[in-house]
Design a protein around this ligand. Structure first.
Ligand code: F6P
Length: 361
C-alpha cells in the first residue's frame, strides 16, 4: 500500500556526534527516492517553536556532507519544549502545544528525531501526543539501550586511541605515568574500548569503582619487569570506591552536571604514592569533532535509510537500532529513562583483564 507520508521533518538534538550529517543525508536521499520532501528543523525542537527555523532539504543540499562532523541543522541540549527555560532564575513554560501546531502548519506527516537519551525522551512524549515519528540513536558515549552501537562512538574511540598511541612514546621517553581522561558520562564504553585498542596499563570506568592502591600495584609491577612508564585511561564518570563522581559544574536548571576532573585527581594521587612524574590530558570535546570513521558513516547511513523505511511502513514510536548484522526497530518506550552501562561480565572486560590491564579493583 503506498504511504500517505509526503513530507518528513528531520532534526538533530543533544550533544553533537560524528555521523549526524550522514544520517541527515541518508534521510533526504532515501525520502526523495520515494517522492517525499524533507524539511530540516534547526536546533532540535527549537525548529518547531519558531516559524523561520526550518528549510527544505533537497539531495543537492546534502551533497558532500557524509564525511563532515557536526550537524548542518545545528543542535542544542537545552530547550525541552515541555519545560522551556523562559528566564535565568529557572522559570519554565510548556511550549509543546506550539510545536504540535507548527508540525501541522509545516504540513509535516512524520518526523525523524536524531538524538541521545534526552532528545529521544522528548520525542517519545511528542509521539504520545500524536506526532508520528521515528528516533535515531546518537551519542559518542554508546550508552543508549536496545542498540549495540550508536554512531559517533567508533569515531570517538579512534580519536582516543590515536591520542593514547601518541602519549605512549612521550611517556616511555620520560619514564612517566600518563593519564588520559575520556568522555562517556556514567558509562565506560569509550575508556574501555580506547584503552584496550591503545594498549593501556590501567583502565578506570564508572561501572568499577577504583582503589588507588591497585593502580599503584600495577605501576610497581610494571617497574619490576622493566617498564618504567604507564598509561592510565580514566573515564570522566569513574570514581574511587566509596567516593563520588568528579563534577566541574553542578546541575542547574535544565543543565545536567558537567563531569570532569578525575584525571587530575588520579594523577595527583599516583604521583604522591609512586614518586613517579605523572601528567594528565583531558581529551574533552576533541572526541566529538572531526570526520566520522567509515564504520560510523555506514551505521549512520543505514540508520537514516531505515528510519525512512519505518516511516513509510507506518512503524511510528520506534527507534532504529543495530542488532548485528541487522538494523531493526525497537519501541521508544523500551529506550527512554534507561542507560546502557558496561556489563561487568562482558567479554571485553574479561579480555582486558586477560591482557593484564588493571581495572582498578
Ligand atoms: O553525551 C556526550 C558527551 O560528550 C559526554 O560524553 C559529555 O559528558 C557531555 O556530552 C558533554 O556535554 P557538553 O558539551 O554539553 O558539556
Amino acid at each position: 500500500m503506498p504511504s500517505a507520508v509526503k513530507r518528513i521533518g528531520v532534526m538533530t538534538g543533544g550533544g553533537d556526534a560524528p555521523g549526524l550529517n550522514a544520517v541527515i543525508r541518508a534521510v533526504v536521499k532515501s525520502a526523495s527516492n520515494c517522492r517525499c520532501e524533507v524539511i530540516g528543523l534547526e536546533d532540535s525542537f527549537d525548529g518547531l517553536l519558531e516559524p523561520d527555523r526550518s528549510r527544505i532539504l533537497t539531495p543537492n543540499d546534502v551533497t558532500g556532507i557524509l564525511r563532515i562532523g557536526g550537524t548542518i541543522l545545528g543542535t542544542t541540549n537545552r530547550g525541552n519544549p515541555f519545560a522551556y527555560p523562559v528566564d535565568t532564575s529557572g522559570g519554565k513554560r510548556d511550549y509543546s502545544e506550539r510545536c504540535l501546531e507548527m508540525f501541522h502548519q509545516l504540513r509535516l506527516n512524520a518526523l525523524v528525531v536524531i538524538g541521545g537519551d534526552g532528545t529521544l525522551a522528548i520525542a517519545y512524549e511528542f509521539f504520545k501526543r500524536g506526532i508520528p515519528l521515528v528516533g535515531v540513536p546518537k551519542t559518542i558515549d554508546n550508552d543508549i539501550v536496545e542498540t549495540t552501537n550508536t554512531f559517533g562512538f567508533d569515531t570517538a574511540v579512534s580519536f582516543a586511541t590515536d591520542a593514547i598511541d601518541r602519549l605512549h612514546t612521550t611517556a616511555e621517553a620520560h619514564h612517566r605515568v600518563m593519564i588520559v581522561e575520556v568522555m562517556g558520562r556514567y558509562a565506560g564504553w569509550i575508556a574501555l574500548y580506547s584503552g584496550l585498542a591503545g594498549g593501556a596499563d590501567v583502565i578506570l570506568i564508572p561501572e568499577i569503582p577504583f582503589d588507588v592502591d591497585k593502580i599503584v600495584e600495577r605501576i610497581r609491577a610494571r617497574e619490576a619487569f622493566g617498564a618504567r612508564f604507564s598509561i592510565v585511561v580514566v573515564a570522566e564518570g569513574a570514581k574511587p570506591i566509596g567516593g563520588k563522581v568528579s563534577v566541574i559544574k553542578e546541575a542547574q536548571g535544565e543543565f545536567v552536571e558537567r563531569l570532569g576532573g578525575v584525571g587530575a585527581q588520579v594523577a595527583a594521587a599516583l604521583e604522591s604514592r609512586t614518586g613517579k612524574e605523572t601528567r594528565y590530558v583531558v581529551l574533552g570535546h576533541l572526541q566529538r569533532g572531526g570526520a566520522p570513521t567509515s564504520f560510523d558513516r555506514i551505521l549512520a547511513t543505514r540508520f537514516g535509510a531505515r528510519a525512512v523505511e519505518l516511516i513509510l511502513e507506518g512503524q511510528f514510536g520506534s527507534m532504529v537500532a543495530f542488532h548485528p548484522p541487522d538494523i531493526v526497530a525497537v519501541p521508544l518506550e523500551r529506550v527512554v529513562g534507561r542507560t546502557r552501562n558496561v556489563p561487568l561480565d562482558f567479554d571485553v572486560v574479561r579480555t582486558a583483564r586477560a591482557m593484564g590491564i588493571s581495572l582498578g579493583d
